[in-house]
Write a protein that binds this ligand. Structure first.
Ligand code: ADP
Ligand code: MG
Ligand code: ZN
Length: 502
């Protein structure tokens, strides 16, 4: 199936109703793996963070990571789920080269959290409730690198390298119930859901949830049914989609592809599919196994997990303010529109602006710098705001220098430029580059005298009552002070010295 054979999105939606299911894997930020003491830090030499347990050696025994369980319960609570009084791990049996144990320790019919929901806000402000089926604990696999081929895929490679450092890192898998009733907005709902979930995970502090680093990835299940029909159609499952934009595109593409297949009398095969960034298309993966194929059975080497009700309630009380509530509060405090708040959120600037106000800046100034000059720079450099070499404290200091009149806007921009270039703190940059507004009245007075002297004709006009001509003298003084004077004060001085009223 190529892109040209797709049915248009609009046509697809006039005949069919999409049903969606989203499975999101989140890699927890625990210091050690889920069932052993190996480090989870990134960037270590291949296979240096492994032990007999995560390599599945005979005689090794797993032990559950308590922080992993705590994180799972927090996620479950934040998603309005019930928390199991008692649950077990299960073995999901399959062979895969990057699964050294030949099975994955997961949860099957006894997830730690179930039956919840997450409310997500769509672009027009409407709230859409996504129901959660379950959130369960499992472990990540290792990583294989295919070498010797042109594409980096296994096909055409001469050999493969295996790194088990990631094997055993805790994952939480969050599965939605079938999402119905979104209609043409299904792709938007998918994106908004993953975005909200990511904010939530970050707010809980259980993971950085960076999709570009694979810390959070989404499988998009999608099927179509003819409008008015109850029964679900056959679904496809597009695996490991790793950006918000891609989640939306994958859902959209599958709607068009399913519609093309169905409307030409074909049948959809239940299969996994790969998403391609370049053109937003998907291609077949493997025919989907049924759950029975995995021969799940309760993990005999691990004790059941039975979170006490007291502990669960304690964790519930300790939950932070949830992102949507916090966003609404900040929006009101800052007095910005829904639309502006959305831009701030999209720019990843919410926390930076908050931190800047906490460092003493007022919120308007904090927004102005982060969403203006700094957003422009981040855009130019192709990085995130948070990755810029400037801290909220430094931005607050620049704002303070502007507020006290030591810097005007132009000088403040130069100061920021210096900080970003690694020249030091704002005060150091101002000092080194000599950026302070000239507020020394003696120096200013001298510059004004010089301007009057060398522009005698203009000065005469002003004396004669043509006050508007003062602009030219102000310009001369600003030039002489390299833009570092307060223009309003310069004008006052000129008129004073020439003996005219402003
Ligand atoms: P699997 O492990 O086989 O992928 P899961 O139950 O873990 O199965 O996840 C399937 C996801 O797809 C869930 O989110 C579920 O709500 C959703 N889903 C199930 N059936 C359909 C369907 N016919 N169309 C769309 N989504 C579906
Ligand atoms: Mg699945
Ligand atoms: Zn280990």
């Amino acid at each position: 199936m190529t892109v040209t054979e797709l049915v248009s999105y609009e046509d697809a939606l006039t005949t069919y109703d999409p049903v969606m299911g989203l499975e999101v894997h989140v890699e927890l930020g625990t210091k050690t793996k889920m069932f052993c003491g190996c480090s989870t830090s990134l960037g270590a030499d291949a296979n240096s963070q492994t032990c007999p347990t995560c390599l599945g050696m005979p005689g090794s025994l797993p032990v559950v990571n308590a922080v992993g369980v705590e994180s799972a319960v927090k996620i479950g609570l934040a998603l309005n789920c019930s928390i199991a009084e008692w649950c077990r791990f299960a073995r999901k049996n399959y062979f895969y080269p990057d699964m050294p144990k030949n099975f994955q320790t997961s949860q099957y019919d006894e997830p730690i959290a179930f039956d919840g929901y997450l409310d997500v806000q769509l672009e027009d402000g409407e709230i859409f409730r996504v129901e959660i089926e379950r959130a369960h604990m499992e472990e990540d696999t290792g990583k294989s690198t295919h070498v010797g081929g042109a594409t980096g895929r296994i096909h055409g490679a001469s050999h493969s390298l295996l790194d088990y450092n990631r094997a055993g890192i805790p994952l939480i898998e969050i599965v939605t119930k079938p999402i119905q009733g979104a209609g043409e907005r299904a792709p938007e709902v998918a994106k908004a859901y993953v975005a909200e979930l990511r904010e939530l995970i970050k707010a809980l502090g259980v993971s950085e949830a960076r999709m570009e680093m694979g810390q959070m990835r989404c499988d998009v299940n999608l099927s179509l049914r003819p409008k008015g029909v109850e029964k679900f159609g056959t679904r496809s499952e597009t695996k490991n989609v790793n950006s918000l934009r891609s989640v939306e595109r994958a859902a959209r593409f599958e709607i068009q592809r399913h519609a093309a297949v169905l409307s030409s009398g074909g049948t959809i095969v239940q299969e996994t599919r790969h998403f391609h960034e370049e053109d937003g298309s998907t291609t077949p993966g493997r025919i989907k196994e049924e759950a029975e194929d995995y021969r799940y059975f309760p993990e005999p080497d691990l004790v059941p997990v039975a979170p006490s009700r007291e502990w669960v309630e304690e964790l519930r009380k300790g939950l932070p303010e949830l992102p949507r509530v916090r966003r609404n509060r900040l929006r009101e405090e800052w007095g910005v529109s829904e639309h502006d708040m959305q831009s701030i959120l999209n720019a990843g600037a919410v926390d930076l602006i908050v931190a800047t106000t906490e460092a003493g800046a007022d919120s308007a100034a904090a927004r102005k710098w982060w969403m203006g000059e700094l957003a422009r720079r981040a855009n130019e450099d192709g990085t995130d705001l948070a990755a810029l070499a400037i801290t909220p404290e430094q931005v607050a200091r620049v704002a303070a220098l502007v507020a006290e009149g030591s810097l005007n806007d132009k000088l403040a921009r130069q100061t920021i430029e210096g900080v970003l270039a690694g020249e030091g703190d704002p005060d150091t940059v101002v000092e080194k580059r000599g950026l302070k507004v000239v507020s020394d009245e003696g120096a200013l007075g001298k510059a004004v005298d010089e301007a009057i002297e060398s522009n005698a004709a203009i000065a005469d006009k002003i004396r004669g009552g043509k006050v508007a001509a003062a602009g030219a003298l102000v310009g001369a003084v600003m030039k002489a002070t390299r833009g570092q004077a307060d223009a309003a004060r310069v004008r006052e001085l000129i008129l004073e010295k020439l003996g005219v009223e402003g």
